[in-house]
Design a protein around this ligand. Structure first.
Ligand code: GAP
Length: 517
């Protein structure tokens, strides 16, 4: 804890991570992310992307699409993999979600507080057992970092020495003991109800009559739209197993407790790819995709020390992953999980669960006929699924980029990899006279056709650099009083603040080169 004070000063915690409230404030101040419906008081679990945020999100999405669909990885046999894209409807026939298991199985256990009317996810709570006073406290694990929670614990346990208390997952507390439980936001015992299963799908009605028969669901994952089009793709495109279908798009989950900014929201975007292969090759492809996806996150600028693999335990596997080789998550050290990690992407072996379920429910044959072998064979492909959160990925890029630097006016800068940065370059005329704006504009007109460039004349040059540090612009190009004579401008590098004089006609190529890295 020795450097806590220094760390606080720099808005970073001991592990070098930015404090979440600081990141949320920056995102609002600089136009990355705003609370949805803010002028009406907001709406829990929904966020809007501002001008900088949408640019950052699009960069991450476009990179994923490029590396999955436009230019997929080279496979183990040295040939490029085959992956095609789709963009399917958010609302599908409700029978889809019966077949997929989501109507019966996409549930979270929740407990309600009768006193405060607040609702909690049972599996996210931990129980602190105070045996001496025969009471149990329920808390969100992260809330225990907060002073108010510790104060409540000390007061109710009647001691400052919390080492006597024992903690276990709240799911281990038997309903018979709920009478002893003090809920997270009350000091009364016995106010929490027994856990009830809560289905996470948003319901809506299709058509004007809005009867129960017209009920439909907003998709809770983009994956099912892919399985629904598997036959169309096999029949109409020139693909052969093994191949993949990729999709990026919105998914909706009525999360019991949306938390931690855009980490767990009720509307979010996913980037999912379903890889269809022969059952005997599933293990090989699971290992292949694990490695590919881990390296991909590094390629967009995430430090490998902040990423880990975590194999799912048998009791947390999704309904579709039970029979196969399970699911491995790529986890990131988020500011609110550090020094621990939280899920960023799941790589699941879904077996033939979905295709078989849709074949049974829709009565449409979905088996694959392979005549490339002798004798030809028919089989139901198995599926390996790398499924990542685009929205969550944006949070990773933001957290990863935030870099404290007390030596500069902004006290920090966003160290995005140049290819991910929302704005790649800014053209700044030093003063608004002496022909400088004309030269700067000409340069700007040339650069903006190639990459996102801002033309910025507002405030003194120091203020302009500070703003571009805060939004993570890697290159600031200053047109100064020497420019009319030497036909060159100064490029200031965001990370080092070093400056280099570059000829005007070489500046675009200079930036382009950096964007390729
Ligand atoms: N098709 C498989 C599937 O949907 P998942 O693990 O439930 O698997 C995949 O979701 C990814 O989607 C997660 O790793 C996470 O990045 C993102 N995700 C899931 N729920 C989310 C939420 N409520 N808010 C933001 N991102 C979420």
């Amino acid at each position: 804890m020795a450097n806590t004070q220094a760390a606080e000063k720099e808005n970073m915690d001991d592990s070098g991570m930015v404090a979440m409230d600081e990141l949320v404030a920056l995102c609002k101040r600089r136009g990355f992310i705003f609370p949805a419906s803010e002028i009406y008081g907001g709406i829990n679990g929904f966020w809007d992307f501002g001008p900088l945020g949408v640019q950052l999100k699009n960069n991450l999405r476009d990179r994923w699409w490029r590396d999955m669909v436009v230019c997929p990885p080279i496979g183990p046999d040295g040939e490029p993999l085959q992956i095609v894209g789709v963009d399917t409807a958010i609302i599908q026939n409700p029978k889809v979600w019966e077949a997929s298991g989501h109507v019966a199985g996409f549930n979270d256990p929740m407990v309600d507080c009768k006193e405060t009317k607040l609702r909690y996810r049972q599996d996210h709570l931990i129980a602190i057992i105070d045996e001496r006073n025969d009471q149990i406290f329920a808390f969100y694990a992260e809330a225990l970092e907060e002073k108010s929670a510790l104060k409540k614990l000390k007061k109710m346990a009647g001691t400052d020495d919390l080492s006597k208390l024992k903690s276990v997952p709240f799911t281990k507390i038997a309903p018979a003991d709920y009478a002893k439980v003090v809920g997270p936001d009350t000091e009364k015992k016995g106010t929490l109800t027994e856990p009830k299963q809560f289905n996470l799908m948003f319901k809506t009605y299709v058509g004007a009559t809005a009867t129960e028969d017209d009920k439909a669901y907003l998709r809770p994952e983009t994956a099912q739209g892919i399985f629904l089009n598997y036959k169309n793709v096999v029949d109409n495109m020139r693909v052969r197993v093994p191949f993949g279908i990729a999709q990026v798009g919105k998914a909706f989950r009525n999360e019991v407790t949306p938390r931690n900014f855009i980490y767990r929201s009720r509307e979010f975007e996913q980037m999912e790819m379903e890889w269809f292969c022969h059952p005997d090759e599933a293990k090989k492809w699971l290992d292949f995709w694990k490695e590919q996806r881990f390296n991909w996150w590094k390629s967009v600028g995430v430090m490998s020390g902040n990423l880990i693999f975590r194999q799912h335990d048998q009791d947390e596997l999704s309904h579709y992953a039970k029979e196969g080789y399970g699911t491995v998550d790529i986890e990131y050290k988020f500011p609110f999980t550090a020094p621990g990690y939280g899920e960023l992407e799941g790589i699941a072996h879904r077996c033939d669960f979905d295709l078989t379920a849709h074949q049974t429910h829709s009565k449409t044959k979905l088996e694959y006929f392979d005549d490339s072998v002798q004798p030809p064979r028919r089989f139901m492909p198995h599926v390996i699924e790398p499924a990542s959160g685009l929205t969550r990925g944006v949070l990773v890029l933001l957290a990863e980029a935030y870099t404290a630097d007390p030596s500069r006016p902004s006290k920090m800068y966003m160290k995005f990899k140049p290819s991910m940065a929302p704005v790649k370059a800014a053209v700044l005329p030093l003063v608004n006279k002496d022909g400088l704006p004309e030269i700067a504009q000409k340069l700007y007109y040339e650069m903006r056709t190639q990459f996102v460039t801002e033309y910025d004349t507002k405030g003194n040059i120091g203020k302009r650099y500070a703003r571009h540090d805060e939004i993570g612009t890697p290159f600031c190009v200053t047109v100064d009083t020497d420019t009319p004579n030497d036909h060159a401008a100064t490029i200031r590098f965001r990370d080092t603040m070093a400056q280099e004089r570059v000829a005007l006609d070489k500046i675009s190529a200079f930036v382009q080169k950096a964007l390729k890295e």
